[in-house]
Design a protein. Structure first.
Length: 64
């Protein structure tokens, strides 16, 4: 899956984290990580920060 862009080659921010990313980070922002341990973040990409208080997923747990 390619990152959405608008005319002129300007890259839109990621729908999950808001970062603008290049071709090297496409997988981190678009491919789902099947953590399966939290109903909020299941099948979200690795860049997603789950803000559920009881999230136990090591990939998505919010660290902010």
């Amino acid at each position: 899956m390619d990152q959405p862009s608008i005319p002129g080659g300007v890259r839109l921010p990621c729908l999950y984290c808001g970062e603008r990313y290049g071709p090297g980070d496409v997988a981190r922002h678009t491919e789902p990580v099947r953590c399966g341990r939290c109903i909020t973040c299941v099948d979200k990409p690795a860049c997603f920060d789950c803000r559920l208080m009881y999230c136990v997923c090591d990939v998505h747990r919010y660290r902010g």
